[in-house]
Design a protein around this ligand. Structure first.
Ligand SMILES: NC(=O)c1ccc[n+]([C@@H]2O[C@H](COP(=O)([O-])OP(=O)(O)OC[C@H]3O[C@@H](n4cnc5c(N)ncnc54)[C@H](OP(=O)(O)O)[C@@H]3O)[C@@H](O)[C@H]2O)c1
Length: 440
């Protein structure tokens, strides 16, 4: 009789698997680093304290050779080819502040056979389709955890843990500078300009703070996260977004009266028709909600999924070591050849972004002449007596996308708590009842 071979003997050679595992986990990573600013220098220091990673920096490419650096001069170059054409370098870490140059560097690095780790959210958000194509073309990893919420590991969780069908919504504070300013307006009663100045003095806001304050940084991060959460590939300009530049101290007073907080919230939610609503706008948040606990320069993410209900991630969303820690984790993941599978984009039916739903909004303003009242589906509250007036009403998102009155002439738009209305029956019913009451 023939000896019976066990299934495991046929297909499973533990010796081989251990060898392969050893080979991969001990892969020597030789890094070419682009950028030696807040993040780049942070990474250099953090790597010195993690010798177990077996990762060494071979060269650092910077822009200005004249700057004093806290590292050996022999490490630095201004010639990007010293890294991009060096065959001994198998990993490029790109942490520069020039999005156009960053895209060129990342493209060449991948085409030259190097794995890439990047923190450049603007570059990634603006070139998402090309970056996805490059990964497919080269079959090389491109990891960018630091580009979303710096130290909070949200991209890998969205990639690996949350299945498309189960992910109901994500709501997040993704910009530390604006959160710092809002915290100071609320807690220390500073007005916007004073709070901004303080943020700049403490290094939480850039010298040109427009990118943070007007919502550009947050919408770039949201573009990246929408891709990993829902398989959506959109240019940031296609999302509805605004920053906190128009928020007034009087808005904070109204929020306090209603036991609410104001936060710059990035939100994505699956609607009843299966499409995804996504935007970045100031929003009233209840004081007992997790995001209300996110103060100062911190970030927070609340994920709501099918059976787990709500989960809350919290951590530093900027800064040298917190950001470098995410870059370091990506470098570590390269040892076992980790790459994003983009399951929601390639292996499932990707979700579609929609602007066909309604938002409940609060708008404060100086003069009624700036407010197109007829564009509201209904207005359910208004206060017109004080110098600074406000109303609460419902607008279609396409109207907000296509018009700018709500960002102009000092008007300040803040979303209501639970702002999304995607049930047309409710909208029609509400309009009809207001008509019957002679209000609308
Ligand atoms: N800072 C944070 O907390 C944080 C958090 C998450 C993501 N990020 C992202 O990480 C990236 C870097 O941010 P950072 O705060 O570290 O910026 P940074 O402090 O301003 O440093 C930028 C670095 O890039 C170098 N650089 C600029 N253009 C270059 C080019 N064409 N070639 C080579 N080097 C070039 C600069 O060189 P020189 O030193 O010679 O001027 C500098 O070392 C940005 O995309 C940012 O959005 C930052």
């Amino acid at each position: 009789m023939q000896p019976t071979l066990l299934f495991s003997q046929l297909f499973f050679d533990p010796h081989k698997i251990i060898n392969k595992y050893e080979m991969e986990t001990h892969k020597q990573l030789t890094i070419g680093l682009f950028g030696f600013g807040v993040v780049g220098e942070g990474l250099y220091r953090v790597l010195q304290q993690t010798p177990s990673l077996k990762a060494t920096i071979r060269k650092v490419c910077i822009k200005n050779p004249g700057k004093t650096r806290n590292a050996p001069a022999s490490l630095f170059t201004t010639d990007r080819d010293d890294i991009l054409t060096d065959e001994s370098i198998n990993v490029v870490v790109e942490v520069i502040d020039d999005a156009n140059a960053a895209f060129e560097i990342v493209s060449i690095a991948l085409r030259n056979g190097k794995a890439v780790v990047s923190a450049s959210k603007k570059m990634i958000a603006e070139h998402l389709p090309e970056i996805l194509a490059l990964q497919q073309e080269t079959n090389l990893p491109f990891l960018c955890e630091a580009a979303a919420c710096a130290s909070i590991p949200v991209i890998r969780n969205l990639e690996e843990y949350y299945d498309n069908d189960l992910l109901h919504s994500i709501k997040a504070i993704v910009n530390g500078s604006t959160n710092f300013i809002l915290t100071k307006m609320f807690e220390d009663k500073l007005d916007f300009q004073e709070a901004l100045l303080l943020a700049q003095q403490l290094g939480f806001a850039e010298s040109n703070p427009k990118l943070d304050i007007e919502g550009y940084d947050a919408v770039n991060k949201w573009t990246i996260l929408l891709n990993h959460a829902y398989g959506i590939v959109e240019h940031p300009n296609n999302l509805l977004f605004n920053g906190i530049q128009n928020i007034q101290l009087s808005d904070a007073v109204v929020a306090k009266e209603k036991n609410l907080d104001i936060k710059l919230i990035a939100q994505a939610q699956k609607l009843k028709n299966g499409k995804v609503a996504a935007f970045v706008l100031p929003q009233f948040v209840k004081l007992n909600e997790p995001l209300s606990f996110v103060k100062n320069e911190y970030n927070g993410v609340v994920i709501e999924s099918g059976f787990a209900d709500k989960q809350f991630f919290y951590g530093k969303g900027a800064g040298s070591f917190p950001t470098a820690s995410a870059v370091l984790s990506d470098i570590g993941a390269l040892r076992y050849d980790y790459r994003y599978e983009y399951k929601k984009l390639y292996h499932q039916q990707p979700n579609e972004l929609t602007h066909d739903y309604y938002l409940k909004v609060y708008v404060s303003f100086d003069d009624w002449k700036y407010i197109p009242r007829e564009k509201f589906e209904w207005i359910e509250e208004w206060h017109a007596e004080a110098e600074r007036k406000y109303l609460i009403g419902v607008l279609h998102v396409k109207h907000l996308k296509e018009n700018n009155w709500w960002r102009e002439n000092g008007s300040s738009l803040i979303l209501a708590n639970e702002p999304i209305i995607d049930n047309l029956d409710i909208v029609n019913l509400k309009k009809r009842s207001l008509e019957l009451a002679g209000i609308a």
